[in-house]
Design a protein. Structure first.
Length: 83
């Protein structure tokens, strides 16, 4: 499956997007832990999910410290048939 980086989806630009699987992968830095950013990310995720997309969010540190686990989590929705 092919992932594209920094893809416009509706009013947002997502970090990674796989059109075939309708999968969005977001990788968040520490700025996303701030109160205003948490609410904004929740609204963004909700909008994407209402658009029939699967959204996975990971912290930067999780990607760096547990890349194998992150990749495993990403493969789960890739194995299911698209709606």
């Amino acid at each position: 499956m092919k992932f594209r980086r920094q893809v416009p989806v509706g009013p947002y630009v997502v970090d990674f997007y796989c059109h075939e699987a309708k999968l969005v992968v977001e990788v968040d830095g520490e700025g996303h832990g701030l109160a205003g950013e948490i609410d904004e990310d929740a609204q963004r995720t909700e909008w994407l999910q209402r658009s029939s997309l699967v959204v996975l969010r990971f912290w930067n540190t999780e990607v760096v410290e547990n890349l194998e686990g992150v990749l495993w989590k990403i493969t789960k929705p890739l194995a299911r048939p698209s709606p």
